[in-house]
Design a protein around this ligand. Structure first.
Ligand code: LER
Ligand code: MN
Length: 278
């Protein structure tokens, strides 16, 4: 399992700040950095590549939520023009991810359902958009990981169970499969059992997010809340999961470095203990 930590949106970061964040994560021992991008064609990919190589850090994935949150584009729009722009903007992000050889993380771009919109019709739109996007990602040999999101952030597609069924249906019509992004913060709010949800997702799991519970909707540093990361790591190890575990903790400066270090020390210790316990 490889460990990554979030950095601010790549298309809003200066190269100096990117250099600083990557230096912090590299010094702590992370394998990767995870970020969000709205317009993939606006990133200076060669300069970013040089900084990633300088710090020996990989991109663990590119999040696509900003295409909805910043550009207002979504897969579920009744307007075909908006859906087309959402897919075309995502394809530019896939081009960028293909350049870096990392995957695409996807959830919010499906968009919140607006009052009066029909969920069954909205899901048909999602199927078409995701099938086209996943086949396009297949050109680069990279994958789209689709995230179940809790009810406070999305108004459908909440549980792992329903998303396994939905993703299997999406994959039934394409050659390059969509995988699942399992985020324990959402699973804590929506699933009956987090280890159970991991095991049930075994054929589709492609990426994992860690964050701990907090008393507000921010994301806690692993170890600071009530969640049992020792159990999650053991079940992922037992499943033979060898992908990324990205910490999705919402800490900004001045706590950023503390959060990254504390998360890394806690989770890497649990991984080491799990390995030794075999
Ligand atoms: C993004 O990975 C995430 O977990 C949620 O914040 C999406 O709304
Ligand atoms: Mn997440």
């Amino acid at each position: 399992m490889k460990l990554a930590y979030s950095i601010p949106n790549l298309d809003e970061l200066s190269l100096e700040d990117l250099d600083r964040y990557l230096g912090i994560l590299s010094a702590i021992g992370y394998d990767g950095a995870e970020t969000s991008v709205c317009y993939g064609d606006k990133v200076d990919r060669e300069a970013v590549k040089k900084l990633l190589e300088k710090h020996n850090i990989k991109l663990s994935g590119l999040r696509s939520g900003a295409i909805y949150d910043k550009a207002g584009l979504r897969f579920t729009s009744p307007d075909p023009e908006i859906r087309r722009k959402a897919v075309d903007t995502l394809k530019k992000l896939i081009d960028l991810a293909g350049f870096f050889g990392c995957d695409i993380l996807l959830g919010r771009i499906q968009g919140l359902l607006e009052p009066g919109e029909d969920l069954a019709q909205a899901k048909k739109y999602i199927v078409d958009c995701l099938r086209e996007s996943s086949e396009y990602a297949g050109k680069y040999g990279i994958y789209i990981h689709y995230e179940p999101i809790n009810r406070f952030e999305m108004n459908y597609n909440h549980t792992t169970k329903e998303m396994i069924e939905f993703t299997k249906y999406i994959n039934s019509g394409i050659n390059h499969e969509v995988r699942l992004l399992m985020d324990v913060f959402h699973m804590m709010l929506e699933d009956f059992s987090i280890p159970g949800a991991f095991v049930r997702s075994r054929e589709l799991i492609g990426h994992v997010h860690f964050a701990d519970s907090t008393r507000d909707q921010t994301r806690g540093v692993p170890g600071s809340g009530v969640m049992n990361f020792k159990e999650y790591i053991d079940v992922l190890d037992a499943m033979g999961y060898n992908g990324w575990i990205a910490m999705e903790v919402g800490l900004q400066d001045p706590d950023y470095e503390w959060g990254a270090k504390t998360s890394f020390n806690y989770i890497s210790t649990l991984i080491e203990l799990c390995k030794r316990a075999q």
